[in-house]
Every structure is written in C-alpha cells, then in structure tokens.
Design a binder for this molecule. Structure first.
Ligand SMILES: C[S@@+](CC[C@H](N)C(=O)[O-])C[C@H]1O[C@@H](n2cnc3c(N)ncnc32)[C@H](O)[C@@H]1O
Length: 278
C-alpha cells in the first residue's frame, strides 16, 4: 500500500471511529484533561485562540469561559459527528465569539501570525505528520504566542499496551499512537525541529489513570474499545476463529493483571507541553 493510500484508509477509519462517538463527553478523562490544559495555557482576556481537533468543543468552551467576549475562539475538527455535537452546544450557549470549522488540521491554512494561543488536547497523536502540522501551527502563531498541547506517555493505558502485545502474538501489528511523542525528549525534539527554542519550552508529566475491576465483562468491554478504535481495528483482519482465540487470550490476561483492594490500575500518564514563539 502506498503512503497516500495508507493515509486515505487511516483517515476513513478515524472518521468512522469519531463520527460514531455519540456519548463522547461522558468519557472519564476528556473533561478533566481539557480543564488541566486550560489551566496550563494561562489564557488572557482578548486572546485569539485556535483549538485544533476540538471534537465536541470541550476545550473551546472551557477556553471561552476563561477569556470573555473580547476573545475569539476557533475550533476545528475533521469529524462531522463530533462537530455537530459542538455546534449544538454552541447554539444552546448563545456564545458569539466561538466558531467551529470542519477541516483537517493537517491541511487547513490560516494567516501567518494570527493566533495568540493554539490548543490541542488529546489529538496530536492522530496526525499523520506531526512535524508538518507543527510547522503550520508555528506559522499561525503571533510572535509571543504559544502552542499548548498534551500527549500521552509512551506506555499510557496499561490495557492498550497489553492489547498490542497480545495481538502481536497473532501477527497483527497495532501501532502505538504514543510512540512518537511519548517522552519529554521526543516532545522537545519535535518542537525544536519547527523553530521553538529550548528555553521557551515547558513540559510537565502528570499522572492520570483509574482503577477498574478486571472481571470478564469489563475485560470484554476494554477489548471492544481497543479492537474498534482507529489503531486497533487492524485486529479484525484475523480469521474469525483466530480473532475469538485472540480475544479470549486478551480477556484472560486482563483478568490476570495485578490488583490491589482498589482494583487493577490503568495508568494514563500524560505530558502537558507549552512552547512560546519568540
Ligand atoms: C480524543 S478526541 C479529542 C477532542 C477534544 N480535543 C477533547 O479534548 O475533547 C480527538 C479528536 O481529534 C480529531 N482529529 C483527529 N485527526 C484530525 C485531523 N487531522 N484534523 C482535525 N481533527 C482531527 C478527531 O476527529 C477527534 O475529534
């Protein structure tokens, strides 16, 4: 498969995945992580803000509540489904300074030097060319403006690491979406490569995660999440009997995860990254 064909198929899968997430805002960590990103961003009144891969607008609305009516917030996303939820919330809010645009963050163009802050929460790992995207975003920033994004650590999501390990035994390579940005050094390298300077980059690691009961029902649910998302869907290539075998092995291994009295721990540590353009 050529790279262009791969990207086309990947983006179709991405859309299929996100267009179907009708209950997105009920996810356990989207809102707390967005709120933390907004704290880290230290937004000011009057800022012009771009929220890349805004999804249902969680970050854009949190930003709007901080900066007031003098600011402008533009949220862009590739998924019609996610954006339609954002647009419904916008209509209900009556906010006049928030706008949502359907676009691919890797292709969209804005004027150079036009934003004070570019935000991107829980989405940079979905891009097919992070360096090229960051180059663009750097050019959209005013001098003194900043990019604030987060990125999961490379071993985030204990149950997804286990999923990749188990399916690999069945000959299926599921890419680790957190491999590229999953360490402090990697985040820094990407930013240095597009023109930020080391002294203007701040990266802080924070621990997110949760305890869960590793029983059959939960393990099955976690399998479904992994086997249907844009990275794990490749496991569906297995013949039905192999797929069942693989799933059964995964469920067994989830049940065997170490437990404390609180349950099994699914670690989801994350970096919050700020880079200011001088
Ligand atoms: C996990 S959600 C995060 C949404 C939102 N930032 C939040 O924190 O709730 C990832 C989002 O990235 C979007 N996305 C992925 N690739 C994209 C691209 N190339 N251009 C625009 N949006 C993209 C998806 O459609 C999805 O809405």
């Amino acid at each position: 498969m050529s790279e262009a064909e791969y990207i086309k198929e990947y983006k179709q899968q991405l859309l299929a995945d996100f267009n179907s997430r009708t209950n997105y805002d009920n996810g356990r960590f989207y809102i707390p992580i967005a709120q933390r990103l907004i704290e880290v961003a230290n937004l000011q009144q009057g800022h012009k803000i771009l929220d890349i891969a805004t999804g249902t607008g969680i970050v854009a609305f949190a930003a709007a509540s901080k900066v007031g009516a003098q600011s402008k917030i533009i949220g862009i996303d590739i998924s019609t489904g996610m954006l339609s939820n954002a647009k419904q919330k916008l209509a209900a809010s009556g906010l006049q300074n928030v706008e949502f645009i359907e676009a691919d963050a890797e292709l969209i163009n804005f004027e150079e030097n036009s934003f004070d802050v570019i935000l991107c929460s829980l989405a940079i790992c979905y891009l097919t060319n992070i360096t090229a995207a960051l180059h663009k975003w750097y050019s959209f920033l005013k001098s003194g403006g900043k990019i604030v994004f987060n990125a999961w650590t490379e071993n985030a999501f204990t149950t997804s690491v286990l999923f990749r390990d188990v399916v690999a035994k069945y000959g299926i390579h599921v890419p680790n979406p957190n491999a590229l940005l999953g360490t402090t050094q990697k985040c820094q390298q990407f930013l240095l490569a597009v023109g930020f300077q080391k002294q203007n980059i701040t990266i802080q690691q924070e621990q997110f995660g949760w305890y869960f009961t590793p029983d059959v029902d939960n393990a099955e649910q976690i399998w479904e999440i992994n086997a249907k998302n844009v990275f794990g869907y490749q496991v569906q290539q297995l013949a039905p009997s192999k797929l069942q075998e693989c799933k059964a092995e995964y469920i067994k291994q989830v049940q065997a995860l170490p437990v404390t009295y609180q349950g099994a721990w699914c670690d989801a540590s994350i970096f919050f990254v700020t880079a200011t353009k001088i």
